[in-house]
Design a protein around this ligand. Sequence first.
Ligand code: MTE
Length: 323
Amino acid sequence: MLIKTIHGWELPERAATPEDVFINRRELLAGLGAGSIGLGLLSGKAEAGVDPSAKYYPATKNPKFADAGREITGEKLNTSYNNFYEFGTSKRISKGAQALKIRPWEIKIDGEVEEPFTIGFDDLLKKVMLEERIVRHRCVEAWAMTVPWTGFPLKALVALAAPKNTAKYVQFQTFHDPEMAPGQKPPLFGGGLPWPYTEGLTMAEATNDLAFMVTGAYGKPVANSMGAPLRLHCPWKYGFKSAKSINRITFTSKRPVGFWENIQAAEYGFWANVNPEVPHPRWSQAQERILGTDDKVPSKLFNGYGEFVADLYKDLQGEVLYR
Ligand code: MTE
């Protein structure tokens, strides 16, 4: 695959949308032939109030995650400033993401499990206990939000899947539907991205308390732009690990290669744990911009969640843990 590396200092300052200062994966993609994508005319707007899961919200708050030490990011900002490349490479995909058809929605569970199965999203909701967690969300692009997610611990889904002991990793896969999501259309002149979006965790990570399957945010079903109806959130890792709109979960003995790792392994790795002391090859990770404010604050190892996850990595110091 042709990779064009753009240096941070070559990027224009985007005065109109300061959030985009660090965002240069877009240029990287332009180099790959993804180009720009027209979003304006998408149809299929989700009707307000018809989501069959609305009755589960708001869910009980988990007191362990009642206070993230920062103000919750405004809902409007959170639902309208997103990375969701299936709908375009800009942050402003929320209108386009209304085309995401979230029912019927099935999730296939396969690979190294006792019995592969497919489960409807609403049936899955009947088998898990939803809770609300307020956590920090740190993008590799050095911006951060604080989100009141609703969902359930990933380990509940792992238990439901009944993996064999040959399963060492879990792979998460997003839908693949270029008609619905124009960002997945192959560019006219070749190149293109390795759709569908995939990401992976080790079994130890997937069964850690902090790994969370998100179904809602702000006390209601999660917005399309944030990855409806089911996404992952791993608050101690850079945001690209948290795949959106998941419809397949595969247990495997082989380490999965993530979407971004596949595109640019030198910049986006498997582990991607937040660490202010390990810069991205093109920018510093020492600080993060709190979206919705003018504040820049020091970043923290494991995004401040070391008490939950540091042990997972103590015997893995030979690995590239922080990219
Ligand atoms: N999942 C899919 N399917 N497609 C994406 O483009 N972007 C990732 C992650 N999950 C992405 C994805 C990145 S880079 C980030 S930072 C987060 O989603 C952004 O989540 P948010 O838009 O809810 O803030």
